[in-house]
Design a protein around this ligand. Structure first.
Ligand code: CU
Length: 351
């Protein structure tokens, strides 16, 4: 048994690494992968070929070859989504000696290998595997703390408007750690300003405006309008990783919208809204970008006319410094308004 990924310390922080990533077993042994963290994972044995053509955004969560396959290295097998439900555990019986690399399809860079030895050769015990896994988890937790400490806390201003940097991300051996929050989660701009959300990391996210209800379109596909005055708009799946194209990252690496009208506009990440991944663009009079938003806004104004910086409420050890829960539930209440209808959509797109 090995864990696929783990929770990190802090709000919506995840260790997207197999724990452990390298396994050594005996011919005839079975390996079971489980997920206990809030982020789903997959196990895909590519057998030195591109991912199977039958996997797309609609079929991503379904296994190929069943949940209990035998594997001799001659075909491709895929777990589908492994989540904390034991019914999704993935158990593979290895019938032939060899070295078999695998990846998590939905977390580019998260990979591992199973080395299958002939009977009679030494292989680690489950206790040793567990100990290795705990070391990976501990290293991941340390990496999460480093990542959060270095995370951006403000949007930057450029000639084209405001730039919201990609969510916190840090590569580690065997994968990456990530925090699924918008940084900053609240941005104050002037009417007519353009906001660009960056998504140039392997962890996919969306920037999805619903206008308060369920999305009036498919949030996993980018909408074309450049200007936002209300209703539905979405970035599609933003992300960037070697060898991964628009079949997964439908929205490319950034998403821009111009806001011509003053108002308060809430948006969510359709993949991670259950983790609280939401943001607010507060649009004031033209030229007021960077001014303080409403007094009730959490986080408070920063000195020097810098944009308001707000993050979701921190929970537990290693939470985000400076976050204030006070007014956050308002934004979340808006964002969650249409969530009940999103289950299927999110499950299918959940990466
Ligand atoms: Cu997200």
């Amino acid at each position: 048994m090995a864990l696929a990924g783990g929770d990190g310390p802090g709000q919506a922080a995840y260790i997207n690494v197999f724990e452990p990533s390298s396994l050594i077993v005996t011919e005839g042994d079975s390996v079971q992968w489980r997920v206990t963290s809030g982020e789903p994972h997959t196990v895909l044995f590519l057998n030195n070929q591109p991912p199977p053509k039958e996997i797309n955004l609609d079929t991503l969560e379904n296994p190929i070859g069943g949940l209990n396959p035998s594997y001799d290295g001659t075909k491709q097998i895929y777990s589908g989504f492994i989540v904390p439900d034991p019914k999704t555990n993935y158990t593979v019986k290895f019938t032939k000696a060899g070295n078999y690399p695998f990846i998590c399809l939905i977390h580019p860079g998260m990979d591992g290998s199973v080395t299958v030895l002939s009977p009679g050769l030494f292989v680690p015990t489950q206790a040793q595997i567990d100990a290795d896994g705990k070391k990976v988890q501990a290293a991941g937790e340390a990496a999460v703390r480093r990542m959060i400490a270095a995370a951006p806390t403000a949007a930057t201003r450029s000639a084209s408007g405001w730039i919201v940097p990609a969510s916190p991300y840090l590569p580690v051996p065997g994968g990456f750690v990530a925090q699924n929050v918008f940084t900053p989660a609240r941005l104050s701009i002037g009417a007519g300003d353009t906001v660009t959300w960056m998504g140039d990391i392997p962890q996919a996210h969306t920037v999805t405006f619903t206008g308060g209800g369920p999305p009036a379109g498919d949030p996993t596909q980018p909408t074309k309008a450049k200007s936002y005055t209300g209703g539905f708009a979405s970035s599609g799946l933003l992300g960037k990783a070697p060898g991964v194209g628009p079949e997964l990252f439908t929205g490319g690496t950034s998403f821009s919208l111009t806001f011509p009208n003053p108002g308060t506009y809430t948006y969510i990440c359709i993949l991670h809204i259950d983790q609280g991944m939401a943001g607010v663009v507060e649009v004031g009079a033209p030229g007021t970008g960077g001014a303080a938003p409403s007094p009730a806004a959490p986080g408070g104004a920063l000195a020097g006319g810098a944009p308001i910086v707000v993050r979701p409420p921190a929970t537990g050890d290693g939470g985000l410094a400076g976050s204030t829960a006070a007014a956050w539930p308002l934004a979340l209440a808006v964002a969650f308004a249409g969530i009940a209808t999103l289950g299927v959509m999110r499950a299918r797109a959940r990466i």
